[in-house]
Design a protein around this ligand. Sequence first.
Ligand SMILES: [Ca+2]
Ligand SMILES: [Ca+2]
Length: 189
Amino acid sequence: MWIGVCLAEDSLVIDDFENPIFGGPEGTIDFGSGNGSEVKVIATEEIKYSGKQAIKVDFKAKEGGYMWVARGFDLDASNSQWLVNPQDINWPDYYAISFYMYGTDSKADVVLDIKDKGSEMWRFLFKDDFSGWKRIICPFDKFFSRTDWQPDSSDRNGILDFPLKSYQFEILPSAEGTLYFDKVELVKK
Ligand SMILES: [Ca+2]
Ligand SMILES: [Ca+2]
């Protein structure tokens, strides 16, 4: 039977963590920490949302410390690119970036930062206040330019300039535990 309905794709998958996951200069994921905080990232097949695997992030976020888990372009880990080149994305079609997080209801403050074309860092704040997988949708107009830190090369112009270059997850102090992330998408208007 012919069904005359064609559902338009409402999301573009930009990352699914299906490749080997490792850090370092040749890494496929850019992660690190300082001032007493710790973070470790591995791939896991046991808890995943889509495909064969997700990333498992073990962390200790200490007061005064910092940590990050990043994927994208122009990062220190040279093989951490998304599935899609940012230059090939028609950014005006999308209003949000989304991802899946496996929460533990720890009440920890978690952030998604995005780095814009001018290397300005923009932040979206949320809480680990649920258990299991949940899609977190982060509209671009809900991000704010970070005032606590910016890269030296940042244009700091207060404008979210596209194309974006990278995104990163961070867990804010004080918190300790394990979170899983999977399937990062851009969401159509
Ligand atoms: Ca996956
Ligand atoms: Ca900017």
